[in-house]
Design a protein around this ligand. Structure first.
Ligand code: FEO
Ligand code: CA
Ligand code: CA
Ligand code: CA
Length: 751
């Protein structure tokens, strides 16, 4: 969701800024500048090939047995078509999905759609129930899992598969998910249990079968036995260093090994062994923590942790789910220390420690319990992007923490990649092998275009001896990864969203969506000065007067690990700066975007397995006076293909501030084009493709989000009626939904 909303709404919980750590980001950047090496002046790019024409993925060497192999890599075939051959679409504020001439976008799976044969059709009037057997709300990250004709896992099937889809959140105002309730629901506490039961069920994950029907049209399969949901009632295993640690003890699991629910699922990843990774993002805001709880805890270190993760005492919850009654399923949302035990086994004082992870799900087998991979750290997770698997080498997983001034992380597995694991007998056991033992690192960027991965280890004196928090063990470091990253002086970023690995170069791209707390002269502990990796501070005008300060349009950074997945050194540059095409090319539109390319607030990001096209999706509130959110297609180059640029800022004290940055080669009309614009009030998110590249699935999240709760009974006042106005489903209430995009001539998407 974007960061600009009507003032009547609940305080934003997806853009919290609890990082007030005094990291000296810019000072260290200046030091590094003196040691600048010539990496960006030709050294880096020498071996890189041109783009996809010569691209070959040789890693992994997986089996060719389509029925047995769950996930060997799809090798991009040399395109015979011109990539990005379509005519770009214009910016749009229409309440519809706009795609290029020659393409068709069709809705196939929307909020409330039934997932069993016996579930009633969705009426979309607020009277529907049984959401644990329906599509959830706010479709987000999404991955494809192919199915053979007989329904077994297939890496090559292109006409039948499972989509695993995150259901991040819900369109709400004053506590209530108002489109789910006939009268808009309650806006005061306590809230009725029946409303809460709907709202907890629409959060989580869907796994849903989709197929091409006999007339060649894509549809979802309501009666498929492979469909399932994860909701807030689903039992999930805790895995990795924090499993069984005292930090994880709750009334639900006195052994600290289990929890319920995966929450605020945003970005995704797909493992090389064929499972889903789903990231828990803004989970903190769902828990209430009453005034007086600091004292109830004896002001122990848990108070430091809770504040760092956005739960200061007195924090109200987003929906008031804790007020549904005395039953445990409601009381679990109360984060207070209310019991008398010493270990937390009689209350939910530790419950926040069981959310905020990368969660692994076997989309092919609902009988296997999902696992929260605590080794990959606890924060506001987005996507999880693997390094290109190389036999005999560790696997890296890149991740971002989406809040203002938070960090970029990398996991490096202790186990070395075995190509036989591309089709393991037990997929979750492969996850245990690669995602429970290893090292977690955080990124520190230098001003010379280099950077370092710093290990978050209890053996690091900066962590073990940190004055701000007394870490007990490695489990504590993982659960409080943000605090450990503070301790080692990681670089505060402009809200890291998704990351994705370029299939040719192996470089990793990160969307940094925007940052309203970047300032030339910070005036509070939550504001930070520009640095080389987050170099822009400017004022953008929205509409006629509303001004947006900081980095309102975001950027896309990329890095190259110097010596492969386990490397602790990298080089970086900024691939693209988001901007309005009319903005100043010297300080804002640094990538010289044209009207066919300009965008704001990049968020979703993925490289298509088939063509290698980089898809960029936006979740924007800054440029929405001109255009709805969009998706662009790109053919990026490589780190170091552009040039150094120095941005100069004047200050009232301290004189001028000069910030060196590295701007990737400006895109051309052939390497960056707007492909799609969505309906009113939505964000575009989720990217999954069939292996033949001929069907691209994306999600439209929260169309009509800007509708006032008081207008729930009057469809004429909805800011969007999509997808009903596109001919999909009953009622007029706007619904998050999955689209399939096909090319009318049967070709690959993006050509
Ligand atoms: Fe759910 Fe940071 O986007
Ligand atoms: Ca976002
Ligand atoms: Ca503007
Ligand atoms: Ca996102």
């Amino acid at each position: 969701m974007n960061f600009l909303r009507p003032p009547t709404r609940q305080p934003r919980i997806d853009d919290e800024d609890s990082n007030t750590s005094p990291n000296t980001h810019f000072a260290s950047v200046l030091d590094a500048r003196l040691q600048r090496r010539s990496l960006l002046r030709g050294g880096v790019g020498g071996a890189a090939t041109a783009l996809f024409g010569s691209l070959a993925l040789t890693a992994c060497g997986g089996s060719d047995d389509a029925e047995a192999a769950t996930n060997p890599p799809v090798t991009p075939t040399t395109p015979t078509e011109k990539l990005l051959g379509f005519t770009p679409v214009a910016k749009s504020r229409a309440d519809s999905v706009v795609v290029p001439t020659g393409y068709t976008a069709s809705v196939i799976y929307a909020l409330g759609d039934p997932l069993t044969a016996s579930t009633a059709a969705y009426k979309n009037d607020g009277t529907d129930t049984d959401y644990a057997n329906r599509a959830g709300d706010h479709h987000d990250g999404m991955e494809w899992f192919g199915l053979s004709a007989s329904g077994t896992p297939s890496s090559t099937a292109a006409d039948r598969g499972l989509l695993a889809i995150n259901h991040e959140a819900t369109t709400d105002e004053k506590l209530s998910s108002f489109f789910l309730h006939a009268d808009g629901g309650t806006s005061v506490l306590p809230r009725p249990a029946a409303e809460i039961d709907k709202e907890t069920a629409i959060h989580g994950v869907s796994v849903v079968e989709v197929r091409k029907n006999t007339s060649g049209k894509w549809e979802y399969v309501q009666s498929s036995s492979l469909n399932f949901r994860l909701t807030q009632d689903t039992e999930i295993e805790l895995s990795g260093p924090a499993r069984g640690d005292g930090l994880m003890i709750t009334k639900y699991s006195p052994t600290g090994t289990l929890t319920r629910g995966t929450l605020n699922n945003c970005g995704t990843g797909k493992t090389p062994w064929g499972t889903l990774l789903t990231g828990e993002e803004n989970w903190a805001g769902y828990f209430t923590r009453p005034a007086g709880d600091d004292a109830a805890r004896g002001n122990d270190k848990s108070v430091v942790s809770l504040k760092r993760y956005g739960r200061a005492e007195g924090a109200a919850s987003r929906h008031g789910w804790e007020t549904g009654g005395t039953e445990d399923k409601y009381q679990r949302w109360n984060n207070a220390r209310s019991g008398t035990s010493n270990d937390g086994s009689d209350d939910y004082r530790n419950v926040a420690n069981t959310m905020g992870y990368i969660v692994e799900v076997d989309a092919y087998d609902k009988s296997r319990k999902a696992r929260k991979r605590t080794a990959l750290g606890r924060f506001a997770h987005e996507s999880a992007a693997f390094s290109k698997p190389v036999a005999g080498q560790p696997l890296a997983v890149y991740m971002g923490d989406d809040a203002r001034n938070e960090y970029i992380y990398k996991w490096v597995s202790a186990a070395h990649w075995d190509a036989a694991d591309a089709s393991p007998a037990n997929r979750m056991a492969a996850g245990d092998k690669y995602l429970d033992a290893g090292k977690l690192f955080v990124a520190k960027f230098a001003s010379d275009g280099t950077g370092q991965w710093i290990e978050l280890s209890i053996t690091n004196p900066a962590i073990a001896g940190y004055a701000g928090y007394a870490f007990a063990n490695q489990a504590d470091v993982m659960v409080n990864a943000r605090v450990a990253a503070d301790a080692v002086g990681a670089t505060k970023m402009d809200r890291p969203e998704w990351c994705a690995t370029h299939p040719g170069t192996g470089e990793v791209y990160f969307t940094l969506t925007n940052n309203s707390n970047r300032r030339v002269e910070p005036s509070s502990s939550s504001q930070v000065a520009p640095d080389s990796a987050n170099p822009r501070v400017y004022t953008d005008i929205k509409g006629t007067s509303s001004s947006q300060v900081g980095n309102p349009n975001g950027h896309i950074l990329r890095l190259r690990d110097t010596t492969g997945a386990a490397s602790t050194a990298f080089t970086w540059d900024v691939y693209l700066f988001g901007a309005e095409s009319s903005a100043s090319p010297s300080g804002i539109n640094l990538s010289s975007l044209t009207a066919d390319q300009d965008f704001s607030s990049p968020d979703g990001l993925a490289f298509a397995p088939s063509t290698g096209i980089c898809w960029i999706q936006t979740d924007d509130g800054a440029y929405t006076d001109v255009t709805n959110c969009m998706m662009l297609a790109a053919l990026p180059g490589q780190v170091g293909d552009g040039s150094k640029k120095t941005l100069s800022y004047s200050r009232t004290t301290g004189g001028a501030l000069a910030v060196d940055t590295f701007v990737g080669k400006a895109p051309t009309a052939d390497t960056l084009k707007r492909f799609l614009v969505g309906p009113v009030g939505c964000e575009i998110t989720g990217i999954a493709e069939t292996p033949d590249g001929k069907a691209l699935f994306i999600n439209i999240q929260h169309p009509g989000e800007t509708t006032a709760m008081s207008n729930v009974a009057d469809p004429s006042k909805y800011t969007s009626q999509w997808p009903a106005n596109a001919g999909y489903g009953a009622g007029k209430r706007p619904r998050s939904a999955t689209l399939v995009i096909t090319k009318n001539d049967g070709g690959r998407i993006g050509t």
